[in-house]
Design a binder for this molecule. Sequence first.
Ligand code: GCV
Length: 724
Amino acid sequence: MKHTLAKSLFILLSFFTGNGQSIEDYKLWLRYHPIEKPELVDLYLNLTEHVYFSSDSKLLKNAKSEFSNALPQLIGNNAKFDTSFSRNTKLLVTVYEQLPEEIKSKLKTKIGLIKEEGFIIQTVDYNNSSLTILTAKQEVGILYGTFRFLSFMQMHKKIVDFNIVDSPKIQLRMLNHWDNLDRSVERGYAGFSLWNWQKLPEHIDQRYIDYARANASIGINATVLTNVNANALVLTPRYLQKVAALANIFREYGIKVYLTARFSAPMEIGNLNTADPKDENVEKWWAQKAMEIYDLIPNFGGFLVKANSEGQPGPQNYGRNHVDGANMMATVLKPFGGHVIWRAFVYSEHNNIDRAKQAYDEFLPYDGKFDDNVVVQVKNGPIDFQPREPFHPLFGAMKNTSLAMEFQITQEYLGFSSHLVYLPKLFEEVLDTDTFVEGKGSTIAKVIDGSLYQNKISVMAGVSNIGNDLNWTGHPFGQANWYGFGRLAWNPYLTSEQIADEWLRLTFNNESEFIAPIKEMMLTSREAVVNYMNPLGLHHIFDSGHHYGPGPWVDNLGRADWNPVYYHRADNDGIGYNRTSLGSKATSQYAPILKKLYDSPKTIPEEYLLWFHHLPWDYTLQDGTTLWDGIALRYQKGVNQVYQMLRTWQSVQPYITKAQYEDVNMLLQIQLKEAKWWRDACLLYFQSHSNLPLPKEVEKPENTLEYYKSLKFPFAPGIRPNWN
Ligand code: GCV
């Protein structure tokens, strides 16, 4: 009875909210839809009939309340929490230290297998009956185990005897919010910032709690609240009170708060006349600031710093270097256990060498010189979050420095929140890439999780795609990118396919007729966007500033390396950037085996061809077509793939609500329109260089090149004021 009622309510709600984002979407992957299969309901009812859940702390109380929130929805029954562990208990949830000795001894070997934040879910024979134990070394492990346990129910797993041991492989699993204090979000496409600075610290929005729940459910344990293009005001006492209010909530879900630190803060808010990291007063100012912060937020995580990059101040303003700057901050945070996360996203207008090489050249000499609480955060590729890039050569090369991976979850270069692009596929490709620096098998995942070089701190950061849109991420499938980032930060060896499968089940339903085609659609969506935006290694040909839509013709920006023509180098002879040993020599930043592979257009994986090679329009590709035809056919293929995505979505209409169907259908129509825009604008522009006809398979462009060039978007979202 309860089930039917809940289901009708769910459908009703979806209808009431019209065709766009629905209130259901707000629940993310924590939807707890009623389980309809009687044998599963019986199984889980039996298991949760008598639960003993020790709940002395806020963290454990949150775990328990997730349990009591989910069970009535999933199996229509309130969990019966026992006041003590007894003979009747079927599910025992408590930290290892508090388990009865006899049970402890049964789990002794397993507890040795998990890390501090890991958990065990194990069924044992106890007192002649079956007892399932959820335990961990620390309370946060219980929270993670609770969410995992509930996810098994959501995914209709029929587990009679549990035997699960799991731990995160990466220590800091972190979101980076590029949120400004005025609540605008740089490169944000899902509304405004969640942080309502004006009403904080007094007003605690339910969103903060739900944000924390969602993160904890996938193991995210750190968040940087503010933009790397930082405002020093967040370090003033008034704002720190507000930060503390958020930190207090997040702490109860195992999440630490970090802030971005503007390097010139001692001058801007501290009345000093310098921010020189070697100046005694400057260091004293930061030490004082650290004390003030830790007083308010005892578990404060530390600072994320963008220095001497794209106009941000940094140690170089005072003739110092990145090590001087990072280590000064590290020194003041060290007594409190804080970290400095120093970004390696640097390139300079005073440097004429290939932008793709600059971060490596600048940071490699500092390897081994950073203090041990410093982490250098490197973007996945050497330019800037393009639909596809080769990996950043600092991975593997900087052996004596803890390196953080920085992925971008928000879709700055991937069609904003109107395109369905399943990013775990991209993340997986990067993590699985072999750097070959220590021979075969030196994958980026092993660099990041510290297993290759035994680095002190391991970090995976994702630039958040979250805003105050009803569905959090603008596109409902953007939720899969947040979810997938978290899952890969927990375990960088998971497959994107497994993650898509999980997310679909948790979010929509467990119908194989729905899951199979939509999973396929998600998995191809990344290659589709590469095809219709940047095929064969083309990159950074976006319209300037806002990066909305194509702009391969742009050649008039102040800095050469902000212009798309700098990257594609198309001329009447051919196209592509020669980064080989005969060109900019970027290939020499990779291990010798890769350098050799990348140096020849015949051996380089074709998806990177024009990233590293300038080739004639009639160059023959692996499939026998000419380069010109190959580019054109790939643009068309990308459009065809979006057509297919639309058809796939339309075919699953019976398995989802009207609101869910309509929302994604409308977004896919935008994606199709924009995929065609990309195809037509890029091909018409490149054709003005190649002077060759389009292959017959390619649809005729819908407009002229002049038309595409004339399009202007002064109010495109996500743009920083005064950013060209
Ligand atoms: C936060 C790119 C983006 C900028 C961003 C920068 C960075 O240049 O376009 O918006 O600034 O990367 O990662 O620092």
